[in-house]
Design a protein. Sequence first.
Length: 236
Amino acid sequence: MKRTALFLIVLALAVIFARSAKAQNDVPVVPVTKAPYHLPVFTNDYITLLNVYIPAGARTSYHMHTGESVSINVEEGTMLNQELGDPDPKPVQPQVKPGNVSYTDYRSKPRVHRAINAGSTPYHNLVFIFRNPQPSGFAPSSRADVAAYEQVLDNNRARGWRLKLDPGQSAPAITQLAPGFRIIVKGGLVTEIVPGQPGRPMNPRLGEFYWQDPGVTRSIRNIGATPIEFLEFELK
């Protein structure tokens, strides 16, 4: 009698787990590059860049993260995350701030979730995903002796720096040794100076991005009336 009761309990649990797994499997899941509000805006041999712009009140579908990626927050929203199988979304803790940089490795444990902007302002993120499972063999610059650059990332895939300049301030010349990206966190008027060339004024805006080839020596001066903030990355 006891064995029969135990068998029935085990059988009931198996049915519950099977139904739960089926319910999860029935939920459509797309790759992160196909998710709503995740727009692939740039790709080359090394990375794919996603422009993630989720309007206030909007939500993505369930999507899967795989591989390695670096995420840069540009505009803050009040975000919720709901993992596949969880009954309710949960607040992102802590809420990421503009200029935040984070690296994530999903190779051993892919993540399936959806994101919900529960706030009244858009949420804006830029994410570059490494296309190759191994580093490409580049040797990025150091910039350790250039006080204007604050290192924000250094691992086996990339090295990154934050550059902040108040009006009238300049960053001494650096030489970029590996390919990479510049992402604008606070835009404004700047002049970029390459030796042997005239100064190049530009007016980059919030959330803009630029692929940068290696081998260029440059300095930057803030010629505007507002602070600027850039993030620059070189690949490994």
